[in-house]
Unconditional design. Structure first.
Length: 219
């Protein structure tokens, strides 16, 4: 059977690619709008500048995939795994996870210059590169940012209740902007950082239980 051309995938309605193994495939500029990619294996796939608008990527595995400049506005990434993926300058959308088990993992991913959705509850950003990321007003409740690189990231107004903010700050001169961010007693901060002094505001602990992360280690 002749291999389907990447540029043709997804045309003419919802493409049924669920559970398929597409690891290491060349899908550069592929048209995957509205594609059903639930549980698909896309490890190492090349999806540079691909169109994934409104695609269903729930449970998909994209470890090590190249999604540079991909357009995935409206796509669903619930339970997706994107560890060590390259998402620089990508545009991501998606719904807000309803529980920790539904959150995507971007552990070790490169997200410099990416446009991220506002609903990022419980998401795993451990060791991810978020340099210069626009996270203003984002909900990062219960998110894991341990070891993340947040140089020049903008977290103004972000919701950080229960989040683990133990990042690699880089030069202190270029630390993330936190004015107006809110946190609670469950939020973990780097040693020596007084969140009130950088403009963050403590609020009472409410809502669903989140993962309890260990205190940030001394550097």
């Amino acid at each position: 059977m002749e291999e389907q051309r990447p540029e043709a995938v997804g045309r003419g309605g919802r493409a049924g690619l669920r559970d398929l193994s597409l690891s290491d495939k060349n899908l550069v500029r592929a048209q995957l709008r509205d594609a059903d990619l639930r549980e698909a294996d896309l490890r190492g796939a090349k999806l540079v500048r691909a169109s994934l608008d409104d695609a269903d990527l729930r449970g998909a595995i994209l470890d090590g995939a190249d999604l540079t400049r991909v357009n995935a506005s409206g796509a669903s990434f619930d339970r997706a795994r994107l560890r060590e993926a390259d998402l620089q300058r990508a545009t991501l959308g998606g719904s807000t996870p309803l529980a920790p088990r539904d959150a995507a993992s971007f552990r070790g991913a490169r997200l410099g210059g990416a446009t991220l959705p506002r609903g990022l509850e419980y998401v795993d950003f451990g060791s991810a590169t978020l340099r210069g990321a626009d996270l203003r007003e984002a909900s990062l409740v219960g998110a894991d940012l341990r070891g993340a690189y947040l140089k020049n990231a903008d977290l103004r107004g972000a919701k950080l209740q229960g989040a683990a903010l133990c990042p690699v700050w880089g030069n202190w001169k270029y630390r993330p902007r936190l004015r107006g961010a809110i946190y609670d007693e469950r939020t973990s901060w780097p040693p020596g950082l007084d969140p009130e002094r950088v403009g963050a505001r403590r609020v009472p602990t409410r809502g669903a239980r989140v993962a309890e992360y260990p205190e940030c280690a001394q550097g």
